[in-house]
Ligand binder design. Sequence first.
Ligand code: CO
Length: 483
Amino acid sequence: MSSTQKTSPGATLGFADRPAAPTPRRELEVDGTFPSWLTGSLLRNGPGAWNVGKYRLAHWFDGFAQLHHFDFAQGRVHYASRFLQTEARAAVEKTGKLRTSEFATDPCRSIFQRVHALFDPSTVLTDNANVSVQRLGDRLIAMTETPLPITFDPDTLDSEGTAFEAPGQVTTAHPHYERGTGSLLNYAAHLGPRSSYRMFRVDPDTAEVSELARIPVRKPSYMHSFGITERFFVLAEFPLVVNPLALAVSGKPFIANYRWEPERGTRFTVIDRRTGRLHARIQGEACFAFHHINAYEDGDVLNIDLCAASDASIVEDLYFDRIDGRLAAGRPVARNYPRPTRFQIDLQKRTARRSTLSDVGLDLPVVNAPRVRERPYTKTWGVGTSEDWIDRIHAVDITTGEYRTWHEGGTYPGEPVFVARPGATDEDDGILLTVVLSEHRETSALVALDARTLETVGRAEVGHPIPYGFHGLHTTRKASPDA
Ligand code: CO
C-alpha cells in the first residue's frame, strides 16, 4: 500500500509522511502539569516519511529518520523536529532512486553491483539511522543496525557526520553503557566467508572503536539487542539466521534473507567481558525478540529478560501491506505479540530454563536503567496492543506478573521513556514520557504519566501527527559516566 492511504483512519495516521522542511522550535500548549523538576530534553527517533521520489518503502522500519526534540523548563515544553540529513535520503531526492538497502526495501541492482557490494559494503549500507538516540560522551548520536551512526546537534538537530564505524555490517541500535566510563558497548556481525560476532567498545571522548571479543559464527542470527551482566555479554541467538554469502548476492532486502529455523532453538552465547573469551554456549527454546528488558547474575545463573514471542512473524506483520490488511480486518497488529520472558541460564548445569514473567503483551520495554541495569529489579514499562495498533502502556511488576494499564480510546502511544525524580529512593518514582497520537484530534501530544500509578499528569499538544517512532532518550546533556 502507499502509506498515505487510510483504510483504518485512526492507526494509519501514524504512517503518514511529514513534510521535508524542519519544524522550528516552538512552545507547546500544556494541559495539566509537567513536573517542575523535569529539565533537559527528550530526543526521539523514528521514521518520518516512507514516500520519496518514486519509491514507496515497504516496511514500518524503512522510513527516513526524523528527530524530535522536546525540552523542559519550569513546567513549559518546547518542540522541534527535523529529518536526519543522510546520504540515503539525499540520493533518493537527487536521483529518484533508492541507492542503499533499507531494512525491508532494496534497490534493484545488477549481479555486478551485488558482487561489488560484497567487497565494498559501504556502497550499499544505509546511513538512515532511524532507530534510536544514544549518548557518546557529550555528543548525541542517531543509530540503526548498519555500522554508520550519525552525530547530531541537539539544539539545531543538524547532522554532523558519521560518529564511528562499527566493525561489521550488521550491529544494534541498542548499545549498553559501561558503568564508570560511559563507553558504548555493542556487538557487530562481521559477514564474509568466515563470519564472526565482534563485541566492541567505543570511547566516549575520542569515539575510538576497540574490539573486545571475536566469536566465529557460521549463520549469524538477527539480534536487535543483546544482554549484559556484571561479568558477561550474552547474545541470545534466535533461530532467525542468515547465510552471509547468500545475503551478499541474493538481491533481496536485508531482512528477507533471514530464515526461521526453529529446530536450532535459541542459543545463548556467553562471553567473558574481561577476557573476551567464549565462556559458554547454551541451548534454549526457540523464540524471537527485538528487545532485551534487563539481565543480571544470581550466582552462576544469568537471568536474561526479553520481550519474546514464539516466532519471528512480527517482522512480516510490520510490512505495510500486512499492517493494512490486519487493520482493515480489525485484527491485532501482530499474530504473536511478545511477552516479558525470562531465560535462566545456569552456567553449571548448562541449562536455559524459560518462564513467562507476566501474561501481558509488552514491547519497547524500558527500565530505570542507571539504577537497575545488570542488577536485580522489579519494574518494566512498555507498550501493548488490543484490537488494532499499539494502544496502551503497561507498568509490569516482573516479580509478580501483575501490571497496570494506561489506555485512552482512539489513541496510540509510543515507547514510554522513564525519567527518575531527583532524589527518588524507589525504583519506579518518576514519570514516563510518551508521544501519543489521537485519531479524533488527528494530532500527537507528549504525555507525562506517573510511572507508578500510570495516571496522566501532563499533556503538551504538538498540533500535528507525529509518525510512529521507535526509541528516545532523556538527557540533561551533562555527560554522566553512568548514562
Ligand atoms: Co529497538
